[in-house]
Design a protein. Sequence first.
Length: 346
Amino acid sequence: MNSFTATLARNDQLAAEVAAHPELFRILTGERPTGALHLGHYFGTIAERVRLHRHGVDTFVILADYQVITDRDGIGQVRDHVHNAVLDYVAAGIDPEQATIFTHSAVPALNQLMLPFLSLVTEAELHRNPTVKAEAAASGRALSGLLLTYPVHQAADILSAGANLVPVGKDNLPHIELARVIARRFNDRYGEVFPEPRALLTTAPEVPGLDGRKMSKSYGNAIGLSMTADETAALIRRAPTDSQRHITFDPQQRPGVSALLTTAALTTGRDEHDIAAEIGDGGASALKRFTTDAVNERFAEHRRIRGELALDADFASRVLREGNRRVNEIAEHTLEQVRYAMGTVY
């Protein structure tokens, strides 16, 4: 049984445990702050972490700013990206009084764990990681040491915070498996310190960009959570479709039309085929109006709250200062346990 099949077999039981006893779990999840958050982020990860958070699971959200440079030369406007992400998290429903939102670079103890963790994995294991291979191929550049050790950074994120649950999609399972391997090897070598985190498989939908490709800021096909209603309408009006007037859902043959239908379906909770049948011969203009209205209605409250939060120029900084304080206490305690286990307390 491969890793995915085994995880899938255990997933229903784990989900039931979380539902029955959310107080027993701590999740760690987050993003690399490479740009504005968009609908792909929302439906792919944010909505699920909000659900778990509201259910009572102790929630840690990391903005992995150091990891921005795993596959690029510069860190860009990372401060703005981090602050804007905080606004979107809180507007989406993450309560900073109950959850911990923090930045990777502000937690020295987390990064100190990298050294002992790197001693627990082999070069071959790092090269085998699917994400490392895929991102190295996509970057078209030499494999950096930071990209090669990216999965170990993620293990340090998870284990330093004492997280025992990580909500992930299928593609990220190898990262969680490596974190489990590192925890197990450390415990076997030095003594019991780390819980082995478990992966909670999410059923995040595939969110296409407006051109049918993967939604990405770099493609210019993403609807940002921070966009205004007018900006959303303008972007959707420019979305490519085709010359056929009758609307059908066919991602292979009609990627642009189908991407709009999927966006409308996600934001209304309806089925793409039902929406297509409703629009029928209305053509692309009717589909674009429907999709625009669906997105703007679905995110009107998010954008209202976000706008109010943004009026306080120090809001995001306050959230991060408190989150960084909380996580530093936990990570320092974790590092102290590691030092005692390794015998490096003098």
